[in-house]
Design a protein around this ligand. Structure first.
Ligand SMILES: NC(=O)C1=CN([C@@H]2O[C@H](COP(=O)(O)OP(=O)(O)OC[C@H]3O[C@@H](n4cnc5c(N)ncnc54)[C@H](OP(=O)(O)O)[C@@H]3O)[C@@H](O)[C@H]2O)C=CC1
Ligand SMILES: CC(=O)N[C@@H](CCC(=O)OP(=O)(O)O)C(=O)O
Length: 345
């Protein structure tokens, strides 16, 4: 079978480079074009010397996309920039997986409220499918536009879905506390992510107003068909990649700890990338891989269900999940190109 032709827009960024890393070894696709505006004309391996001899192709400007007959384009662009591209896109030309947050929420109004910008392609919001394969697999298969989830929402939604689906917890009293490595903030230099600011430091940010709050609420509600409310606090920690998320929720009924563990095992039994684990996982257990490790327990003293989950923000939290979505959209084996063992220690 001829290989499917793909393009990666924003290939100089962290998630774009990670897409290149995963897709050069994918058996069923060929990378036809990788783009950058600032580094167009430069070879990819010149910017990323670890790819020398692996992928030396030149970065091209976005406008060259039209010179290629593509089956699918990954957009690894900042939010706000993605919707400019998608606004002018003809869905009959190629399918799109957007790694930004532009199409993950429920409406243009919600987008304006949390992103503080007017949405430029509001009619496409409803047509986009939230690309969390474990929960929305059937819709992803037929989608022309997939909104790849944010990294924090991936770790939180996967940890909470079994509890919400089976009405084990109150869906409107959920606390979520997440910690992320610095690559979550992207490759562009910013003061908050500058080495002297981050090294030896640990800080909370985006308190009460981080845009992943509605993303988690909206997509959990969409999955479980009930309204949810979460209080989400992200933190920046001095590691390069990885996210650890802890959730606290109140049970709706008496809880049997053993039943809880068994329910998680059975809920994710067929999911290759979800590992339900007996002890709290750490970020090195998933580093470089597409796994999400999840631990669940119950505290009788405070009557709270607690989950701890970990992902690599650039893989299951971004590029790996995008490849998993592409595999579904093209009818490939879902884990094709993603059977990567974690790098720990
Ligand atoms: N980092 C992470 O862990 C995660 C990121 N995401 C999302 O994925 C997307 C990409 O993130 P990330 O890779 O971290 O970001 P980076 O800042 O590392 O990279 C952004 C890329 O976008 C390109 N770009 C920036 N502005 C423009 C523009 N105006 N026109 C065209 N190209 C532009 C840059 O190319 P150049 O400057 O070379 O032209 C660069 O290749 C974002 O929406 C982010 O929120 C989602 C989940 C996790
Ligand atoms: C550490 C850090 O800064 N993380 C990013 C989240 C990365 C991500 O998933 O962002 P999108 O929703 O924009 O795709 C942040 O909090 O903005």
């Amino acid at each position: 079978m001829p290989k499917h032709k793909i393009g990666i827009v924003g290939a100089t960024g962290y998630t774009g480079s990670e897409l290149v890393r995963l897709l050069i070894d994918h058996p069923d696709v060929s990378i036809e074009i990788i783009t950058s505006e600032s580094k167009a004309g430069t070879s990819f391996s010149k910017i990323n010397p670890h790819f020398k001899g692996r992928i030396d192709m030149k970065l091209e400007p976005l406008k060259n996309l039209a010179d290629h007959e593509l089956d699918l384009v990954f957009l690894a662009l900042p939010h706000g920039v993605s919707m400019d591209f998608i606004r002018d896109w003809n869905p009959d030309d190629f399918r799109v997986i957007d790694l930004s947050g532009d199409f993950r929420l429920g409406s243009a109004e919600e987008y304006r409220q949390w992103y503080h910008k007017k949405h430029k392609a509001p009619d496409l919001i409803e047509k986009a499918v939230f690309g969390l394969p474990e929960l929305f697999r059937d819709q992803i298969r037929n989608a022309r536009l997939v909104a790849n989830p944010g990294c924090y929402p991936t770790s939180a939604i996967l940890a909470l879905a079994p509890l919400i689906k089976n009405e084990i917890i109150e869906p409107e009293q959920i606390m979520i506390d997440s910690k992320s490595g610095v690559s979550g903030a992207g490759a562009k230099a910013k003061q908050q992510t500058h080495f002297p600011e981050v090294f030896g430091n640990f800080s909370a940010y985006g308190l009460l107003k981080h845009r992943h709050t509605p993303e988690i609420q909206h997509n959990l509600a969409r999955y479980a068909q009930k309204s949810t409310e979460v209080l989400f606090t992200p933190h920046l920690i001095p590691i390069d990649r990885g996210i650890l998320t802890t959730t606290y929720s109140t049970p709706t009924k008496d809880i049997d700890k053993e039943y809880l563990g068994e329910w998680y095992y059975s809920f994710y039994e067929k999911e290759y990338f979800i590992r339900v684990v007996d002890d709290p996982p750490n970020v090195k257990h998933v580093r470089g891989s597409n796994y999400c490790d999840i631990h669940v327990t119950y505290d009788e003293r405070t009557n709270k269900v607690v989950t701890v989950s970990t992902i690599d923000n650039l893989v299951k939290g971004a590029a790996g999940q995008a490849v998993q979505n592409m595999n579904l959209m093209f009818g490939f084996i879902e884990r094709s190109g993603l059977e990567i063992s974690p790098l720990s220690p």
